[in-house]
Write a new protein. Structure first.
Length: 352
């Protein structure tokens, strides 16, 4: 896999990124370290985490994923330099008072969170530091419409950029990025950085998969024209696009293990919607009709899209890791691309 450069930076990453939000909840430390070993051995040297992980977010597991990664680095001297390490500062409070109280995302919040992440990760520098979700009100995490009445912003984008700039100047962060952003947000972060000589974002990490292609509704043009890279998360729609729930659904006692089966909170979110699962079954059937596994189709869709700089895969075993990596060599014929677009035209983006 040839490396890809994020934005206008010098940050070269593997086109497959290892997501780690299952570490510390579905995956214990021993299993996580085995997955990390195997990922690096296969050239996946771009790893993504966040201060709020593991998921589902709970006070008892806050910071646990970063701690697991930090222990991996500590036990393998010299390996930190081989990894492009990304983490995130949580946005304003979303029912997580153990992270911080109140609204906004103040410069003090950003600085404290970065220091805590550095300690847990047992590293001196974070290669890519991202804002996990916008400080301002936006439609995200399953919310479909912008509602001005919900605006509670307290920290301007300019203030957030200045806080991130100080971390870069101090050598604690190499590059900055966003997550769960909108075209407006990406544009404003770039505009203000260029206007005030502040660090320019190199990426945004947004959902992108067969059942949620909302990124292609204007944000792809914004990122293309502003040289901001997409890190695509949830390419398998929390497992729905692997086909494992096609026969049982997610509520049956016979349903396979996975996030949608295990956690009630996730069943109630966008990936567990009836419409999302029905659309997943359509795409999974399309894959089988073409002699592919659903996983091959779903991942090849992201791997081959020009919009995607790196696809974030989340796994709970080395077997899943190897299956996801093997899908890299899957080439989709033109006919299947046409069928994919036809299904989207009919069903749109149910997991938005």
């Amino acid at each position: 896999m040839e490396k890809r450069t994020l934005g206008r930076s010098d940050l070269a990453v593997s086109p497959i990124c290892l997501g780690t939000m299952t570490f510390g909840e579905q995956v214990d430390e021993v299993q996580a370290h085995e997955i990390l070993d195997q990922a690096l051995a296969h050239g996946v040297d771009f790893w993504d985490t966040a201060e709020m992980y593991s998921v589902p977010a709970r006070a008892q597991t806050y910071g646990r994923t970063e701690t697991i990664l930090g222990n991996w680095f500590a036990r393998r001297p010299g390996q930190r330099e081989r990894v492009v390490l990304a983490t995130k500062v949580a946005g304003p409070i979303r029912g997580t008072p153990w992270i911080r109280e109140g609204l906004g995302l103040t410069p003090q919040d950003i600085a404290r969170s970065c220091e805590a992440s550095l300690r847990r990760l047992q590293t001196d520098v974070i290669d890519l530091y991202q804002i996990h979700w916008p400080e301002r009100n936006v439609p995200a995490f399953g919310s479909m419409y912008f509602d001005p009445a919900l605006e509670r912003t307290q920290t301007s984008i300019h203030e957030q950029l200045e806080a991130l700039a100080r971390l870069v100047q101090q050598g604690k962060v190499r590059h900055i990025g966003l997550s769960n952003e909108t075209p407006y947000g990406v544009h404003e972060f770039v505009r203000l950085a260029e206007q005030h000589g502040l660090p320019r974002i190199v990426s945004t990490q947004n959902p992108y998969c067969l059942t949620n292609r909302s990124y292609e509704n204007a944000l792809d043009e914004t990122c293309y024209r502003l040289d901001v890279s997409l890190l695509a998360y949830s390419p398998l729609a929390f497992g729905a696009l692997t086909g494992k729930y096609d026969q049982t659904g997610i509520f049956s006692p016979d349903a396979p293990e996975g996030r949608l089966k295990k956690f009630e909170t996730m069943q109630q979110q966008r990936w567990g919607r009836d419409a999302s699962l029905a659309a997943a079954r359509r795409y999974n059937a399309l894959a089988r009709d073409h002699g592919l596994t659903p996983t091959q189709l779903a991942l090849a869709f992201c791997y081959q899209k020009w919009q995607v700089a790196s696809t974030i895969i989340g796994v709970t075993s080395t077997a899943q890791l190897h299956e996801d990596l093997q899908a890299w060599n899957t080439v989709l014929p033109e006919s299947i691309w046409q069928d994919v677009d036809a299904i989207r035209l009919e069903l749109r983006d149910p997991a938005i």
